[in-house]
Design a protein around this ligand. Structure first.
Ligand SMILES: [Zn+2]
Length: 335
């Protein structure tokens, strides 16, 4: 039978999805919607900071004085990009993104400098994510975090709120990188390069689990505010739930504090689900995330158990159920 949702393939083919693309597992960047393969490398013992949840409550931004300017700015940029007029498209993207984010409140932990239009860096080669924060740039420009962030074509979708949400997400990565950079600096002249210092964080499930979830959990207040398109809502759901599944998969035995964090994220996600009018879409996105990211039946079982009332909604849809069941069978969780 035809599956009711697009079933993501396990490897390269999901790159084609506009909403969920894979980065190489060692990528020294934090893409907005990442969906890296599971990694089980051992964790560094004491160096990784526990994610905080302080970044999770973006305040509403000041309404733009000229909200009607958005459709024109966005359409111009998207049209120029579609016509492959890249220098002009770059400028138009800068203007539209700047418009969307100039009044946004930053996450805690950032010394805020509102960007100039020219601070918005566009990289149309960035097809794997809507936006990305790059570690290599931290070392080149430690004092200017706008130089760390790159926006791809997907940074403009339908609404300025979406662009703001993905920028907020990247700024959470900026806060994380500032903390890593300070640790690296305070370690003194050990001879270790920045790349080597960051290697453990990039090669482990930590980056795709708790660290990514810290950034993705900030989607919740944007989703609660309302006004995102259905496409944008689905993209935020999938990105967040993939990182939640990866956070469940992350063992991090050396850092028990993370367990509390996982409990916090689970509670946040359940609380959102209880309030939202999009229960079916959210439930389907959970299954989508599991199918895409959970290769470990024990993780699948844990997620489905802890988020049972979310999983149950799509599972109980007659057209969806066979799809869930075939996945559970594949994982050996059902006969
Ligand atoms: Zn991210």
């Amino acid at each position: 039978m035809k599956s009711p949702i697009r079933r993501p393939a396990r490897n390269q083919s999901s790159r084609r999805s506009p909403f969920l693309q894979r980065k190489p597992s060692t990528a020294a960047s934090r893409p907005f919607i990442s969906n890296p393969a599971l990694q089980r490398s051992p964790q560094p013992a004491a160096t990784t900071p526990t994610p905080t949840q302080t970044a999770a409550v973006p305040a509403p931004s000041t309404p733009s004085p000229h909200p009607s300017a958005w459709p024109h700015l966005k359409t111009t940029a998207q049209t120029l990009f579609a016509k492959n007029k890249l220098p002009a498209a770059t400028e138009a993207y800068q203007k539209a993104i700047h418009f969307a984010i100039i009044n946004m409140p930053p996450p805690p932990g950032i010394t805020w400098r509102p960007p100039a239009t020219t601070d918005i860096q566009i990289d149309f080669n960035l097809s794997s994510a809507d936006a990305q924060t790059r570690q290599t740039e931290v070392e080149k420009h430690p004092g200017d975090y706008w130089k760390w962030i790159f926006f791809g074509a997907g940074a403009l979708a339908d609404t300025p709120l979406y662009t703001e949400a993905i920028t907020y997400h990247e700024l959470v990565h900026v806060v994380q990188y500032i903390a890593y950079w300070r640790q690296y600096q305070s370690a003194g002249k050990t001879g270790q390069s920045w790349v080597d210092f960051m290697r453990p964080y990039n090669e482990t499930l930590y980056a795709k689990g708790p660290e990514e979830m810290e950034a993705h959990s900030t989607s919740l207040p944007f989703l609660e505010r309302g006004g995102l398109s259905q496409k944008e809502t689905t993209a935020l759901y999938r990105g967040m739930l993939v990182s939640l599944v990866n956070t469940y998969a992350y063992t991090g035995k050396s850092r028990p504090a993370y367990r509390k964090t996982l409990k916090g994220y689970t509670a946040q996600v359940l609380a959102y689900f209880d309030k939202t009018g999009q229960k079916e879409a959210f439930s389907k996105a959970l299954w989508w995330a599991l199918i895409d990211s959970s290769s470990d039946p024990a993780v699948t079982k844990k997620v489905v158990t802890e988020l049972k009332r979310i999983a149950a909604v799509a599972y109980n849809l007659p057209e969806f159920k066979p799809f869930c069941q075939s996945f559970l069978r594949e994982q050996g969780l059902m006969k």
